[in-house]
Design a binder for this molecule. Structure first.
Ligand SMILES: C[S@@+](CC[C@H](N)C(=O)[O-])C[C@H]1O[C@@H](n2cnc3c(N)ncnc32)[C@H](O)[C@@H]1O
Length: 203
């Protein structure tokens, strides 16, 4: 199931252009909390739309990483000022300090056993006051990992419940600055989504 976004890159391009209202409010909070100019790392950046584009338009230098070569090709076209690299989030060695990190609609594609290590890695790269914008599944009931189909292609999903994720982030050292329920589970395949802005040591 490696780089399955390559298989739906054209459909993704057609649907992923703007951030829905609630996500956008959270993104504004993130942007307003970062020093400018500064560097932001976008993990699982996809096509660069809308996140990396808005970051560069707001005066940030952006490094985006993703496993999908095809989405990265789109990102280089959509955001020529950005730097985009092919890598797996779980093994990517973050060797620079970033004032902010985006991990949006991506962590849930990895097995939950890897979430802690990734969040710890992000924490290490942030300076004091640095921010992480994170989304995850929204179910309060612990769900086992599952797969679902998007544009006919199977995708893997796994998330801790929001309470467990918050406790994990707290243990790592993050402070929750903002928490939103983006959408609630629908009782079927949609397990809902939450979004958070986390800081290293408060803002
Ligand atoms: C739902 S898309 C979100 C893209 C972007 N963050 C956004 O919000 O528009 C998930 C992205 O995560 C990438 N991805 C999933 N698992 C990954 C992994 N282990 N390493 C790198 N990228 C990954 C996919 O290729 C895809 O581009």
């Amino acid at each position: 199931m490696k780089a399955n976004y390559d298989l739906i890159c054209e459909q993704w391009k057609a649907v992923r252009n703007e951030m829905p209202g609630k996500d956008s409010e959270l993104f504004d909070f993130f942007l307003n909390g970062l020093p400018r100019p500064s560097k932001v790392l976008d993990l699982g950046c996809g096509s660069g739309l809308p996140i990396a584009k808005r970051l560069t338009e707001s005066g940030f230098s952006v490094v985006g990483i993703d496993r999908s070569e095809k989405l990265l090709e789109q990102a280089r076209e959509n955001v020529p000022q950005g730097e985009f690299l092919t890598a797996e989030i779980e093994s990517y060695d973050i060797d620079t300090e970033y004032s902010g990190v985006v991990l949006w609609d991506c962590l849930f594609h990895l097995p939950r056993e890897q979430h802690r290590l990734i969040l710890e890695k992000v924490y290490q790269t942030l300076p004091k006051g640095g921010l992480l914008m994170l989304s995850s599944g929204g179910s309060d009931i612990d769900q086992p990992p599952f797969t679902d189909f998007m544009f006919g292609v199977e995708f893997f999903y796994d998330s801790y419940t929001p309470d467990i994720l918050i406790a994990l982030c707290d243990k790592i050292g993050f402070t929750v600055e903002k928490f939103i329920v983006v959408n609630k589970p629908d009782g079927a395949n949609d397990k809902g989504r939450i979004g958070m802005i986390l800081s290293k040591g408060g803002i």
